[in-house]
Design a protein around this ligand. Sequence first.
Ligand code: 8YV
Length: 314
Amino acid sequence: MSDKIEVLAVAALMPFLMEKLRAEYTVHDRIHVSDPDAFATVAPRIRGVVANGEAKVPRELIGKLPALEVISVFGVGYDGVDVAAAHERGVPVTNTPEVLNDDVADLAIGLLLSIARRIPQADKFVRNGSWLNGPISLARKATGARLGIVGIGRIGQAIAHRAQAFRMDIAYTARSPRAGVPYTYYPNAEALAAAVDFLVVITPGGAATRGMIDAKVLKALGPQGYLINVARGTVIDQPALIAALQAGDIAGAALDVFVDEPNVPAVLREMDNVVLTPHIGSGTRQTREAMGQLTFDNLRAHFAGEPLLTPVAS
Ligand code: 8YV
């Protein structure tokens, strides 16, 4: 047996990261799911877990890994990891903040423009020959519109920064007003939704935000309002959103994230007033490589006894 440190990958990781990990460690790739017997044999030796933004690392799994020392998440979101359970054991959790801010903000603006100007629908209109029968219906102007941002962390501020170039009137909601943020503060999502044309959701997932965008918030957004979600599917009450879209309670939605990915309800996929993308917020080669490098560097720092680069707070 090699004397390499053993780590468990709990998600399918990009080849760039997998190669780096394999050069340094013995990597057990999702064997806790695919081969429980083999997992039971190696579990006592596993010292690191590598996850991604969607993967689950519940208390139960942490409990099966007595030698666990560190959990490194490939993603800024770590709502799948039971951080409390890890920290109780003295196991630090790391994530990949900052390096994906630009990409997620770019996509948020891209989705906003796509749903406002109906770009995917217009593309389809040309491809299927509908243009031959006359012009397409008019869209909604984006420049100068009122933008509400749910969550004004690093990515929320990157979205606002871009929206300024579109001369948007920007407001936000967060648990409390954020010092140094010059935009109008609303104490909750419902009040914010009532005041804007576009509501962009970029708040962390997890129990604290589950179902935060509910029927009342959507009603407040109103029949001329659009919802954009680049956060987590769980932040939105998905059945309530589908009902609101069907009833015309809101004008449309652009969604990069869903409750049960990669499953997207058929009813949503058939709607014309939505734009749907497959969780690609951070999905550029450049950013995914930077995330992979940071995921690896956190692990390497831990095993070298050096300070972690980007640990998650308790
Ligand atoms: C995923 C994400 O990690 O950063 C996050 O929180 O959701 C994404 O970047 C990515 O899709 C890899 O699974």
